[in-house]
Ligand binder design. Sequence first.
Ligand code: NAD
Length: 288
Amino acid sequence: MMGKKVAVLGAGVMGRGITHVCAAGGFDVTMYDIESALLEKSIDTIASNLQKGVTLGKLEAAERTAALQRIKYSTDLAKATAEVDLVIEAIPEDLELKQKVFSELDKLCLAHTIFASNTSSMSITEIASVVGKPERTIGLHFFNPVHMMKLVEIVCGLETSEKTFKNCEEMCRKMGKITVKINEFPGFVTTRINALIGNEAFNMLQEGLGSPEDIDMAVKLGLNHPMGPFEMVDLVGLDTRLNILQYLHKTLGDKYRPAPLMVKYVKAGRLGRKVGKGIYDYKEKQVK
Ligand code: NAD
């Protein structure tokens, strides 16, 4: 039977979007973060994105109000997760951190609660290895911006049960998503391809092939991609992309070695849209 209550861990780029689609899909959702300031900021982001939906005629004003009323915010992990049917983790892409949080969930949640990770690349089997019931652990890979992107890659680890998969498939459908079933391998489908394209764009910039604007334009108009690789990495976050590449490099080999220029940008704190500056400067410059 499909669950009704969800907890989302992490109030960052992805956690906010996942909370939005859960609430809009009719689920009672509690958003948890260690930083209360980020939770407060999330309320505004979600309210404003739902409002855009009303303006565009995608939902009624009353549906927006009802969705906002279904969301609770908490900095207490035990309270946020005690009664939920599904936990969706969207904290930073760091295996040790994710495992630490999942092992805590094991002690806090109901026996039937499904543990999902929004990891972009990491092994669900490895994350699940710290959990008492790995058959209830799964990957739900949402895309950014979550309220606009249709796909969820549902990633099954070695021990994930068919019942867990079916439950998640049904819940994602209720959130308005289309799903694909992926058998776990580092980077799944989309992250592997995207990481290579994005990394190659940094290598090209480093080699002086062209400006970021021209490389983005070439990929958009020549390959029919909706976004250029630099627009995309600014949206994803350069630190998130670097973590992913480092993990794929370690697990799948040299093809995924991060471009030194990307490492330099991350060291400089140019992490993308979330800080106002990445490849492009969002404070001063209108991106083409
Ligand atoms: P982010 O840096 O924007 O947000 C992470 C949030 O987690 C922050 O609000 C932080 O305060 C919080 N946090 C840190 N430690 C925590 C803890 N112990 N408990 C609870 N909250 C904690 O990151 P993001 O871009 O939203 O990425 C989150 C996950 O989603 C990562 O695994 C990432 O790979 C994946 N993902 C990201 C994208 C993307 O485009 N950014 C797309 C798909 C998947």
